[in-house]
Design a protein around this ligand. Structure first.
Ligand code: UDP
Ligand code: MG
Length: 331
């Protein structure tokens, strides 16, 4: 049998209320692989606790087509968790992560495969243009720059989760036990030969963005706090600077008091200075709260990891078995 040596490419598609697009997405993926005789396609859809018809539609698609595997979560666990589960359940020699809404064009996948054949174990898409609102673009732009300033590993700029990963990288990701997963960061951390592939990010095919403002903030925080302890060091440096500044000011004030030095018409022996006192006090209280908040972020993360809870719960896996004698629904 020759089919044994034809490489299998798993495409992981996280879906949260995507009933409008999943069929088009699977068709586009199949059409993309149609001319690629040298590769077999597997589609791993992860239903991230959808409330619409996504779940039923996916189950039906999986029972109709042996190339489709569906992993269903017991509730909405989040995009990064869905991507992780999809990668864990990929059987391919390589896996590609793609959004369900076709913002990442499937037509880029053959180029990724080509790079993979040239020996790169990670081929990540780099967004050349974003057809999204100005606010979101500015937010992403600043986030990636801040992340790279803070992070101790280099996370490629403007690259999302759209990427191809070789089996060797998937095996590394499988071994990582951490719970709050920022997949594109873990991918960069894994190492191996990596390369970027520029592409135009399209607008969403149908439906609305499933990323609420708070989900985006969570993603940004996971990116920063999971990949850097530099904010902790910045607090220390800032605190030290304040300490020396305060020490200097104290000496200066003492000298003025003792020698009664008058500056701008006032001397420390007068009472005025309420405004400056208030400003200083508010500023310092603010700085302290920020510092405590940063500490809290790390403690919260330690707490999460210590609990050892899984990052998602799978309710069922639906796939047509390769023998096609019986359909498999694992619970
Ligand atoms: N998604 C998910 N769980 C969520 C939110 C989003 O699996 O809780 C999926 C969604 O179905 C899509 C991908 O993550 O396939 C990207 O989401 P979306 O397109 O809504 O985000 P945006 O492109 O607007 O940042
Ligand atoms: Mg999208």
């Amino acid at each position: 049998m020759t089919s044994k040596i034809i490489p299998l490419i798993s495409v992981v598609i996280p879906c949260f209320n995507e009933q409008e697009v999943i069929e088009i997405t699977s068709q586009r993926l199949m059409a993309t692989f149609e001319p690629l005789d040298a590769y077999r396609l597997q589609m791993v859809f992860v239903d991230d606790g959808s409330q619409d018809a996504t779940r039923q539609m996916l189950a039906k698609m999986a029972l109709d087509d042996a190339r489709i595997k569906v992993v269903t979560f017991s509730r909405n666990f989040g995009h990064q968790e869905a991507v992780t589960a999809g990668l864990m359940h990929s059987d391919g020699d390589a896996a590609v992560v793609i959004d369900a809404d076709l913002q990442d064009p499937p037509e880029v996948i053959p180029e990724m495969i080509e790079k993979w054949q040239q020996g790169y174990q990670v081929v990540y898409g780099v967004r050349r243009a974003r057809k999204e609102g100005v606010l979101k673009r500015v937010a992403y732009f600043s986030f990636y720059r801040l992340l790279n300033t803070l992070s101790s590993i280099e996370i490629p700029m403007d690259s999302g989760d759209f990427a191809l990963m070789d089996r060797s990288v998937l095996n590394v990701l499988k071994l990582l036990p951490e719970k709050n997963r920022f997949v594109r960061g873990l991918r960069a951390w894994a190492g191996f030969k990596q390369t970027g592939l520029p592409y135009e990010r399209a607008a969403r095919e149908a439906g609305e963005s499933k990323y609420s403002f708070f989900k985006l903030v969570k993603l940004a925080f996971d990116g920063i706090f999971n990949f850097s302890t530099r904010p902790l060091r910045l607090i220390l440096i800032f605190g030290l600077m304040l300490f020396f500044f305060a020490g200097g000011s104290a000496v200066w004030l003492l000298l003025r008091r003792v020698f009664d030095i008058t500056l701008f018409g006032s001397s420390p022996s007068d009472v005025p200075g309420y405004a400056s006192q208030m400003i200083v006090s508010l500023l310092f209280h603010g700085a302290q709260l920020i510092a405590i908040g940063v500490l809290g972020e790390y403690i919260g993360r330690i707490y999460q990891e210590v609990k050892q809870r899984p990052s998602y719960v799978i309710e069922q896996i639906v796939e047509k078995t390769s023998s096609q004698l019986e359909d498999k629904i694992t619970r």
